[in-house]
Write a protein that binds this ligand. Structure first.
Ligand SMILES: [Zn+2]
Length: 164
């Protein structure tokens, strides 16, 4: 397995955050401008912690974005608990979008880091409604480890990083 050099181990290439100061609104952030009301958006949900709005470039009509109101540059930079709150809300929002649009399912997508396709550096979840004939699919190939030793070394490395 050859890692993408823009995706460093241990999150080195991912945006870091410092509490409070780093989460202030950014003038150059498209999502902060929507939060501030200075950029237009079709708002679907808004509360004191998050807002959701229609994606202006949807893969299917009704695709939406759910974001924290505060500017956290990526999921790796959010305070404990906020990711869980966002996913709880995303699930509820996805069901509403699915039913309103006559869809049969949905994907919740998070891009964290440029190599994962994150373009706007303000944490967000894509809610992508899906139908059986929409033609969207992941590439039909898999990329396994080279051998058992490489796989087991990877499992051990992940477990080490999750140890307190
Ligand atoms: Zn922002």
């Amino acid at each position: 397995m050859t890692p993408d050099p823009t995706c460093q181990a241990d999150g080195a290439a991912l945006p870091a955050d410092a509490p409070e100061e780093a989460a202030r609104p950014r003038e150059n952030c498209a999502f902060c401008r929507i939060v501030a009301g200075s950029a237009p958006a079709d708002i679907l949900l808004a509360d004191e912690r998050m807002i959701a709005f229609l994606d202006v470039a949807p893969l299917n009509p009704g695709q939406a974005l759910l974001i924290p109101r505060r500017h956290h540059p990526a999921f790796t930079a959010m305070p404990p608990g906020l990711a869980g709150e966002l996913f709880t809300a995303a699930n509820r929002l996805a069901v509403a979008i699915m039913r309103a649009g006559g869809y049969d399912g949905y994907n919740l997508l998070v891009a964290c880091g440029p190599c994962a396709g994150q373009i706007i550096t303000h944490a967000h979840i894509h809610i992508l409604p899906r139908g059986p004939t929409d033609g969207l699919c992941l590439p039909p190939h898999t990329t396994p480890f080279a051998d058992d030793a490489e796989r087991l070394a990877f499992v051990a490395a992940v477990r080490r990083r999750l140890s307190p």
